[in-house]
Design a protein around this ligand. Structure first.
Ligand code: FRU
Length: 500
């Protein structure tokens, strides 16, 4: 008989139980990376939004901590503030005096208060909560809200220190106007409006979770651009996804750079696509990364609002992406976003299995009959004369997930990946345009039970998708159809489960 499917990822973050969505308050402080997240403490579906909390010393192994910021009820007894998405910063030396006197460093969470009275939403504004004990407990600021424009669609404050002008900058969105709104403050309490950006790019969905950061240009020492990430629509209508804008920020205004990537045909965005899969959303950057980093690190929610509430997972719902190192690369079509898993992900690798170059002519070859669907895979694929060539993952007798090259595109086809019936929008073929380099495409694929994260050509394109295999075989098979394809540098590393 069939055993109960084991969908829980082994090296991607998931909560012990119940629902999660966006990562919140990503900040490094005193040896700890904090991961706060949108969380329903009571149920395995969206609701009662609060900030859950975990910490890590390496961004890979997480320790779960008690709920950090719970939804709260006002004095009238029927008004409630839900703790929507936001960010966290460290006020070193407690200079602004939010925390009690004598506090060394004050952690300040800047979040959206989603206010409702008798279960009817009345307002959405920006609030502060502060912690004098490294994010373990928070106190609500008694002069909240800090920014209230009388809107019900004004959210997701992304705050960072803007060193050139010694001030805090906040990016927010006016969700239905498809505009980012920027504010500045010297003390985190009083905020002044700076400017708007948008509407532009994708306006098919509300704008959410802005993230503004300075990103280095690969191979051009000292060169960087400001990149604005917006969670909005997806190249395929009916889904949400992320777009990015390459530009400049002068402390007041964000403007598009002439080298912002040109739209790709078939994709009408002015905004460029961050992840071509269905399951990467609401990503934000870490504040205060230690040491000299090659660039920002971002984490995203590995899910899609199109079906998120229906996922067939118990007793939890939702996962986070691997932390991604962000850079820009100059290409013929402009400055392109490059995303790579942080380098230390390699430390999770078990002993490698290799295969010398394999040529397939209109045939399939089983590489692994059985894996536990917890591994990293690398290969270089030369499609050659094949019409379609690639790899079948999580393969059982009746199920498979295809990662394949066809006609200038790298596809993840999860239509037969297992349980696809839980929501009619789940089964899908996702694709990213890919230019072959010397006739080849390089793939680095992370499989983690119900997650497939595909990094193409050193992170120039990424496809992230969930799958829910019901068979346990976890096979891997290579194939070429309609001609000859070559696979080289095939390497598989089992990944050691990260202890929780
Ligand atoms: C994005 C989002 C945010 C909001 C939060 C609520 O996924 O809709 O805009 O703050 O989730 O949970």
């Amino acid at each position: 008989g069939q055993t109960t499917p084991d969908y829980r990822p082994q090296y991607h973050f998931t909560p012990p139980k119940n629902w999660i969505n966006d990562p919140n308050g990503l900040v490094y402080h005193e040896g700890e990376y904090h991961l706060f997240y949108q969380h329903n403490p009571f149920d395995n579906k969206w609701g009662h939004m609060s900030w859950g909390h975990a910490v890590s010393k390496d961004l890979l192994r997480w320790e779960h901590l008690p709920l950090a910021i719970p939804e709260f009820t006002h004095a009238d007894g029927n008004t409630k503030t839900a703790i929507f998405s936001g960010s966290a910063v460290i006020d070193k030396g407690n200079k602004n005096g939010l925390c009690p006197p004598g506090t060394k460093d004050c952690m300040v969470a800047v979040y959206t208060g989603n206010v409702s009275k008798d279960d009817k939403q009345t307002n959405q504004y920006q609030n502060l909560a502060y912690s004098a004990d490294r994010g373990r407990t928070f106190t609500q600021y008694d002069k909240n809200p800090i920014i209230d424009i009388g809107s019900k669609e004004f959210r997701d404050p992304n705050v960072f220190w803007y060193a050139p002008q010694q001030k805090w900058v906040m990016a927010t969105v006016k969700a239905k106007e498809h505009r980012a709104a920027f504010y500045a403050s010297k003390d985190l309490k009083k905020w002044e409006f700076l400017s708007h950006f948008g509407p532009t790019g994708d306006t098919s969905k509300v704008w959410e979770c802005p993230a503004l950061m300075q990103v280095p240009v690969q191979g051009e020492s000292g060169q960087s651009r400001w990149v604005l990430f917006i969670s909005a629509g997806h190249p395929q209508p009916d889904y949400v996804g992320m777009q990015y804008f390459v530009g400049n920020f002068d402390g007041t205004t964000f403007t598009l750079d002439p080298a912002h990537p040109k739209p790709i045909s078939g994709n009408s965005y002015a905004g460029a696509v961050v992840d071509w899969g269905k399951d990467y959303y609401a990503a934000i950057q870490y504040n205060d990364l230690p040491g000299s980093q090659p660039g920002p690190v971002m984490v995203g929610w590995l899910n899609n609002w199109a079906y998120a509430n229906d996922l067939p997972t118990m007793p939890f719902k939702g996962a986070m992406s691997l932390p991604r190192q962000i850079s820009l690369k100059r290409t013929a079509s402009g400055l392109q976003l490059v995303q790579q898993p942080i380098t230390s992900v390699r430390t999770l690798r078990g002993p490698a299995s290799n295969v010398a170059t394999m040529r397939l002519n209109n045939e399939s070859r089983v590489w692994q009959k059985n894996t536990d669907n917890t591994y990293e895979l690398e290969l270089t694929l030369r499609p050659g004369t094949a019409k379609t060539a690639g790899i079948r993952l999580a393969k059982g007798s009746n199920e498979e997930t295809l990662v394949q090259y066809v006609d200038g595109k790298l596809q993840v086809d999860r239509r037969r990946s297992g349980n696809v019936a839980f929501n009619k929008r789940f089964a899908s073929v996702d694709e990213a345009p890919v230019a072959l380099q010397n006739g080849a495409v390089k793939l680095r694929i992370f499989v983690d039970k119900s997650i497939v994260e595909v990094f193409i050509n050193d992170g120039e394109r990424v496809l992230t998708d969930q799958i829910f295999p019901t068979e346990t075989a976890g096979g891997i098979e290579l194939f070429a159809e309609g001609g000859t394809a070559e696979f080289s540098g095939l390497t598989l590393w089992p990944i050691k489960p990260v202890v929780r």
